[in-house]
Design a protein around this ligand. Structure first.
Ligand SMILES: [Fe+2]
Length: 454
């Protein structure tokens, strides 16, 4: 009997310690998430409470040092989005924060009656083409609480004032798995309430139904409030907005794969690129045009999108999916300061899952086994792109300058730490002699190409 009890308590203890953290909703708001909700970058906010709370309000006021700023508060009624999936019931709320003054500091809180969030500060976008700075993260995806948290926190503590964050897909590993979104929110915590996030979905935000068809997770729509200007059926995953002289476009590349030649996205993209009065254009989506991961390639995607990027002179393409860093312009070997047309392509990774680096022909800079974040400064005539390791070291840097109808690309990778292209440890452990030989050949070709370029 005694031994049996011991066994039961041991099993109980083991099952408790192995249990994933659930992050269930309560009557108090959590997952408070600022976004841009309209084409002109009007801010929006979403949050979550338990399903017994059936209305929600945003209270908002100009932020003042005097704590009695709350006397000037006004209310915005939020829209309810009931959620019931995977055994989790919740009420999400969303509100567009309309009619605010540009470039002004506001304070807001969300909730209802006695159950309020804290007051969060945020600054509205300027209505001029003022300089701004945003963060770009590649795949977070795995161990979000344990190992991705350090990336988003370090990026925001880097020392720059960040205007918003961009997440290039695979934010979580299983998009329908609510606790993983719990970890994503745990990692960024109150930052999401103060700094808007924009996001594009990756393959891991999709699930398969009983017929084997893939769909975007039902958690995407209540978690993010994005502009409703995409093609029918793809709203809030395909969208664009204009921010202080720069057009940001999100495409849903997994949905493009699902739709094959019937995807409305290339035609939609062309209309958005053609009617574009902004000085800069940055496009984000998950699957890369040029792969940074070894043995990976997306030729159909490249054929569908790359001609449009070149025709309309897109400046930057920010991607993920390959779990290795790659940056290149697909510009023929030449001089360092080059007149270019078309985009610089970047693939990055912010979470801990790592793949073998392709060292492909297109790449001018690559990294394996390195968690990274990118700080991108945009001014009226310059984009300064800097990639940092999760430990805060400069890993890559370049500038794009647009002046007098010329676009100049300047590579500053010589300012960065040494390039790390070695395969991840777990690959090395199972590498055969043949694998090493193949790696060495690619490495030699990559070095040879770079020695001609720089
Ligand atoms: Fe992916």
């Amino acid at each position: 009997m005694c031994n049996f009890r011991l066994l039961v308590s041991f099993i109980l203890l083991f099952s408790l310690s192995a249990k994933a953290q659930e992050f269930l909703p309560t009557e108090y708001p959590d997952r408070i998430n600022l976004t841009f909700g309209k084409q002109d970058a009007t801010p929006a906010v979403t949050w979550r409470v338990s399903a017994n709370i059936d209305s929600g309000i945003v209270e908002i006021a100009p932020a003042k040092a005097d704590p009695e700023f709350t006397r000037k508060k006004f209310s915005i009624e939020a829209k309810i989005n009931p959620y019931d999936d995977g055994g989790v019931k919740a009420h999400f709320f969303s509100a567009i924060l309309d009619d605010l003054e540009p470039d002004s500091l506001y304070a807001y809180r969300v909730g209802k009656k006695e159950r309020w969030s804290e007051w969060f500060h945020f600054r509205t976008p300027s209505d001029k083409n003022d300089p701004f700075t945003f963060l770009y993260f590649g795949d977070a995806q795995n161990d979000l609480k344990s190992l991705w948290s350090r990336t988003i926190r370090q990026a925001n503590l880097h020392g720059k004032k960040i205007d918003f964050m961009l997440h290039a897909g695979d934010l979580v590993n299983r998009g329908v798995n609510d606790p993983e979104w719990g970890e994503w929110f745990y990692a960024g915590g109150w930052l999401y309430g103060m700094i808007p996030s924009i996001a594009t979905p990756g393959n891991h935000e999709f699930y398969r139904d009983d017929n084997g068809d893939r769909h975007l997770t039902p958690l995407w729509q209540p978690t993010f409030e994005f502009p409703q200007n995409g093609p029918e059926g793809l709203k809030e995953s395909v969208y664009y907005f204009d921010y202080q002289g720069c057009r940001f476009i999100s495409l849903n590349t997994q949905a493009m794969f699902e739709a094959e030649e019937n995807s409305p996205q290339p035609q939609w993209l062309e209309s958005v690129l053609k009617n574009n009065d902004q000085k800069w254009t940055i496009v984000t989506f998950h699957h890369p045009i040029y792969s940074s991961g070894y043995g990976r390639d997306n030729p159909d995607l490249r054929n569908a999108l790359k001609p449009l990027f070149e025709k309309y002179d897109v400046d930057l393409v920010l991607q993920g999916h390959d779990h290795a860093y790659g940056r290149g312009g697909n510009i023929p070997v030449g001089l360092k300061n080059r007149n270019i047309k078309g985009p610089v392509y970047v693939v990055s990774v912010s979470g801990p899952k790592m793949y073998n680096l392709s060292m492909g022909e297109w790449m001018d800079r690559g990294a394996a086994s390195t968690q990274l974040y990118q700080i991108i400064d945009v001014t009226a005539d310059q984009i300064n792109f800097a990639s940092y390791t999760v430990t805060g070291e400069l890993y890559d840097q370049f500038e794009i300058i647009k002046r007098d109808h010329q676009k100049i690309f300047i590579d500053h990778q010589e300012r960065a730490i040494e390039e790390n292209v070695q395969p991840p440890q777990r690959y090395q452990e199972r590498f055969s002699d043949e694998d090493w030989k193949e790696f060495q050949n690619r490495f030699d070709a990559y070095k040879e190409k770079k020695s001609k370029t720089y």
